[in-house]
Design a binder for this molecule. Sequence first.
Ligand SMILES: CCCCC/C=C\C[C@@H](O)/C=C/C=C/C=C\[C@@H](O)CCCC(=O)O
Ligand SMILES: [Zn+2]
Length: 615
Amino acid sequence: MFEIDPNSQANIDQIVTRHLHLSLAVDFDAKILRGSATLDLEAISDNVEKVVLDTNHLNVSGSFIVNKDGQEQALKTDDSIRHPVFGTALSISLPNALNKGESAKVKIDYETTSESGALQFLTPEQTLGKNHPYLFTQCQAIHARSLAPCQDSPGIKITYSADIKAPNPLRALMSAISVGSEEAGDHTIYKFSQKTTMPSYLLAIVCGNIVKADISDRCAVWTEPENIDACAWEFAEMEKSLKIAEDLLTPYSWGRYDLLVLPPSFPYGGMENPCLTFVTPTLIAGDRSLTDVVGHEISHSWSGNLVTTKNWEHFWLNEGWTTFFERKIVGRLEGEDARQLSSVIGNNDLKSAVEFFGTSNPLTALVPKLDGIDPDDAFSSVPYDKGYNLLYYLEQLLGGPEVFEPYMREYIKEFQGKSITTDDWKEFLFKYFENTCPEKVEVLNKVDWEHWLYKPGMPPVENEFDTRPQQVCIDLANKWLGAKDSGDYSGFSESDITNFSTMQKVIFLTRLQDSAPLPAVLLKNLDSFYSLTNSRNSEVRFSWLSLALKSNFEQVFDAVVDMLSTQGRMKFTRPLYRLLDACPDGKALTKETFLKNRNFYHPICSRLIQRDLGL
Ligand SMILES: CCCCC/C=C\C[C@@H](O)/C=C/C=C/C=C\[C@@H](O)CCCC(=O)O
Ligand SMILES: [Zn+2]
């Protein structure tokens, strides 16, 4: 326990799961899933007498060995080991010890509970259509154990199959290929198969009134019928991004790439569930200006889903590489200027994360220690953008894209299907350049690895991103700061930003935030010229409301409450609650708004906001 993975109690050093079969029924009245999990296990050491699985908030009614002839024999279990963060270890005694290479099939009958953190059951009024309930899961990082008993460590890779029984007319989908369905009275049983090995955090289920719009022969958008047209239009170019990623890396190996647009409480921008990426509806801007998140999730099909972190301490290998690939796609879709702007925004996010945690906080190290720590509590932009900055720095150091991109491809080929640590990554980096350009090893030996990988705070080297594409944003911000002093706002017009991309608007507003608090008259003029409060673009609206709250501009309080009440994406909700709470007259409104919306938010989001606000 805890040797290989500080966040799992499973005995993955003795026995591993090869395949998982889930047979579950969705009960919307009881708001639980009921059925069984069957694990094909293989001993990787001698004399293995038990299998210890991760569970959290599950009711287990029985564990059985399933013999070759399908006979089930009850097994003794012990669930006395309970960890406040990592859940209940389910220790199952095997009828006879297994030696290395021997296998066993174990079935656990169970049901989830109202405390299962992976699940969010929505009432009809929390959906768009208002007619049907809805269920979706979020398993990353360690919530799969509240969906099913499993070895809930990214160091274990499994194939899986499932049959999910859902009440008509609702439809179930999973992070797998749909392989048919059968009628069962007023229910339907949907069958799934995931033949590519993957970590447990990529298990995912959705069940609701969802329909599909095809984008290409391997891509489709799924969502409620009420917004299927808007979503199909918004994401019409995802096949193009998928092809760019394939050219950059290796052929796409998961079969389908579908996109599910969830109800607004979904806590993340996107979640890279294989075959079926989950995304927030806050990406629907009406002008395809927020689709870089889709580029991020597509990139996870290689970094994270094929080459996986061995445990959550090496999460940067998932997110740093994915952010790097995401920005390569942005560069090929919209030009190098866009990649540079995206890098600048990311660096600003990194600075905010380091400031929020504190520059000496161990969680701002690229590879933090997570003993006893819930990964959700450690989550921030650090693994994304400090990871990105390291890879960008290495690309420059080693001779640019023409040298680095071939290495990227070889890295994916080397480790696909595996779970690795930072040491594995670094060892291959050196080996690759020893073999291809030995003189580069000297360059690699000069990198301050200790600081980049293990020191908290900002990186030892600041990348020089191209400031030209952001200059127009900086100039406009300076013009507004000039007006602040002169009090003359006559020189502005809405056309100042009509040609700004989303990224340029975000950089412009972030630049002004650096000079906050700004006078109310300036903010009133800014909003009236650029109609920011009513922007349909969630990133622009979020940057504007953050700037206004940092200046205690109370006229935006209603718009802030509206944004906090109509979507649950933590990237927006957590900072907005903190900023509203910091306003002299915002405290009461903060608490009132949170208490009103806490059941609207996903459990992960509610818990983290409650912690942020000290409620
Ligand atoms: C290095 C230590 C930290 C390890 C944390 C691992 C998982 C955090 C757990 O909360 C899961 C996070 C899942 C994030 C999914 C999607 C994100 O890319 C979205 C980023 C923010 C947004 O765009 O909304
Ligand atoms: Zn990601």
